[in-house]
Write a protein that binds this ligand. Structure first.
Ligand SMILES: [Zn+2]
Ligand SMILES: [Zn+2]
Length: 267
């Protein structure tokens, strides 16, 4: 399957982003070209206290620098600053970018509101947040839905929280409700290369139920007509290969091309 590109990629930009030093725009562009992509995107983290002007300047310069290598789209990966899916970006700022990836579950980041600690409250909070993001007109793609929450609670990054091991904990009716909101608002949902490969392998045996429930989640989204977007979430050049796990999951879903997200240039 020919992917339109990889649009969830971190960079060497400081102090905002946390990709490795080697994640320069030119090095990423060359790596993307050698993977035969027709385009790619850079998506530095954008936090509540990030300097938007500096991020734009970095992305604009990156596009100039990579012009002769491969077409580049300018994005960010940002998080929610409250329980109703608000982003630390204004509509004017979002319009300056080519796309916005919203992370529902960067709960360990400063400035991000946290869900309740008990399992039931946490799941419900997260479900409402996902729907709010699907309905937020500034959001193009929702990154790693549920998966980072699972990692954070299972690996001790959210002290005092009940462990959420897998999407088995999420009723299918909730997934259907999220799918309907994403389809209606034409908000894409990411298939994240780290969480469909690297993290799954790290979980070993206990990853089986996580993997199976996560695949079922994407089957429900695909059947509901939701656009999906495979992304590597690379922080090092070697991580760019994570797109292969994501695209393997995508391939198994047999989606029509119109259901594979690509950035549409904003006016
Ligand atoms: Zn993320
Ligand atoms: Zn990321």
């Amino acid at each position: 399957m020919k992917l339109p590109g990889d649009f969830h990629v971190h960079t060497c930009m400081r102090p905002v982003d946390d990709g490795a030093e080697e994640m320069t725009p030119a090095a990423v562009a060359a790596a993307m070209r050698s993977r035969s992509f027709g385009a790619f995107g850079l998506s530095p983290h954008f936090h509540f206290d990030s300097d938007f002007g500096a991020v734009c300047a970095f992305l604009d310069a990156a596009r100039e620098e990579t012009r002769g290598i491969l077409p580049m789209f300018r994005g960010v990966e940002t998080e929610c600053i409250d329980a109703v899916g608000s982003l630390p970006l204004s509509p004017e700022q979002a319009r300056r970018l080519d796309y916005v990836i919203a992370a529902p579950d960067h709960y360990n980041c400063t400035g991000v509101v946290r869900p309740p600690k008990d399992r039931r409250g946490c799941l419900l909070f997260h479900q409402k947040l996902l729907i709010a993001l699907a309905e937020n007109p500034l959001v193009d793609v929702i990154s790693h839905p549920w998966a980072a929450l699972i990692l954070l609670t299972c690996e001790g990054h959210l002290p005092g929280y009940d462990r959420i091991e897998s999407l088995d904990a999420v009723p299918e009716t909730w997934i259907a409700e999220f799918a309907a909101a994403a389809r209606e608002n034409r908000t894409a949902v990411e298939i994240n290369g780290f969480f469909t490969g690297t993290y799954l392998r790290r979980r070993g045996e206990t990853g089986r139920s996580y993997g199976e429930a996560y695949r079922n989640f994407y089957r429900i989204l695909a059947a509901a007509g939701v656009m999906l977007s495979p992304g590597s979430d690379a922080h090092r050049l070697a991580d760019l290969a994570q797109i292969d796990d994501a695209s393997g999951w995508l391939e198994a879903l047999n989606l029509p091309e119109a259901q594979i997200w690509r950035p549409r240039k904003r006016a």
